[in-house]
Design a protein around this ligand. Structure first.
Ligand code: OSB
Ligand code: MG
Length: 369
């Protein structure tokens, strides 16, 4: 009798309390709910992470929309594709939206494939970088003094650049004080689409702060108005929310809507789309930085492999574990030298997952085999 290789895909919901609340223009997070994906094929296990949040504030997806998409049509597709990441990424592109849900599964399948082939993921992606230059993203604080303290602390630790969340009422005056104290620190700002066409004058007044970039100042799905804004201001525009596919990247490039791009695999719907974007970025000299969604160690390991690809020349939004969580589900990520985190070199994501601990803290599990 032929023994079938056992295959299983599972979603595991956990909640990780953040060391420090993270406030953006769209809201405050005190904990990260991480929807972990585990795929098993014979003796191999692959891991992914769905980066959706409880509320649809960063994007339209939510934890519960992701769970229903996974159960209803994404997990069944994984079985149809027999756990092949190429098949899954290709076929899943036929399902509109649900990008974070699809990406979590895509990542787990790529991890599984890399482990089966005995290679680190970055090698499978043809990444070259071994050390990822990193920055830190600092949320809106209660007072400017506490923001100044946080900047000082992270800058002394060795982060290569600081990204500050801004919003109407937490912008020009805050940056005046930041620049008084830190005239030389490389600083970018991220508005998470908090401004409108009425704010072009205010946004041009940020030029004097010599910022590295102004990320997603306008509407979350916009390319056109960003291109209009780009012509009016000197600060380089970075796009995040608007770039939901490689095709959007190309459109934005042709419209001249940005200077640099924040790439998040969750926002793009999976690895295939990221690799396509990286091809395009490489051909046209588009500078990328790898974004983050306050991932657990699983998502952060994946981001390190992605950031090893050639177009990711700018410091990533990818910080040491202790900045996010006291108690993560993987060993701690730390600088190997100040400002750099190494790409794990073991097979797949290349980091151990504390499985028992994770399963003990899970509030929901669902699977298909
Ligand atoms: O806009 O880049 C963003 C976190 C959650 C949602 C959106 C964003 C962010 C970050 C955090 O900036 C980056 C990180 O994970 O360190
Ligand atoms: Mg952003």
């Amino acid at each position: 009798m032929l023994l079938q290789i056992k295959k299983k895909i599972e979603g595991i919901l956990i909640s990780l309390p953040l060391v420090h609340p993270f406030k953006t223009s769209f809201g405050e997070e005190r904990k990260r709910e991480a929807l972990i994906i585990r795929v098993k094929k014979g003796d191999f296990v692959g891991w992914g992470e769905v980066v959706a949040s409880r509320y649809p504030l960063y994007s339209e997806e939510t934890i519960s929309s992701a769970i229903s998409a996974l159960k209803e049509f994404i997990f069944p597709l994984v079985l149809e594709c027999e756990f092949s990441p190429e098949c899954f990424d290709r076929e899943a592109s036929g399902f509109k939206g649900n990008r974070m849900a699809k990406a979590g599964v895509s990542l787990a399948l790529w991890d599984l494939k890399a482990k089966t082939e005995g290679k680190p993921l970055s090698k499978l992606y043809r990444g070259r970088r071994k050390k990822i230059p990193v920055g830190v993203s600092i949320g809106i604080q209660k007072t400017v003094d506490s923001l100044l303290e946080r900047i000082a602390q992270f800058w002394e630790e060795g982060y290569l650049r600081i990204k500050l969340k801004i919003a109407p009422g937490w912008d020009v005056q805050v940056l005046e004080r930041v620049r008084d104290v830190f005239p030389q620190v490389p600083i970018g700002v991220d508005a998470n689409s908090a401004y409108t066409l009425d704010d072009f004058d205010l946004l041009s007044s940020l030029d004097k702060f010599e910022l590295l970039f102004l990320e997603q100042p306008l509407y979350n799905d916009d390319l056109y108005f960003h291109s209009r804004l780009k012509r009016k201001i000197k600060t380089p525009i970075a796009l995040d929310e608007s770039i939901t596919s490689a095709q959007k990247l190309e459109e934005a490039f042709l419209m001249d809507s940005f200077s640099v791009i924040n790439i998040k695999v969750g926002r793009m719907g999976g690895i295939r789309e990221v690799l396509k974007a990286a091809d395009f970025g490489g051909k046209h000299g588009v500078p990328f930085f790898c974004g983050g969604m306050l991932e657990s160690g699983i998502g952060r390991a994946h981001n390190l492999h992605i950031a090893s690809l050639p177009p990711f020349v700018l410091p990533a939004d990818l910080s040491q574990t202790k900045r996010y969580y006291k108690d993560d589900i993987t060993p701690e990520f730390k600088f190997s030298v100040p400002g750099y985190i190494d790409v794990p070199q073991d097979d797949g994501i290349g980091v151990e997952v504390f499985e028992d601990k994770m399963l003990k803290m899970s509030s929901l599990r669902f699977s298909l085999e």
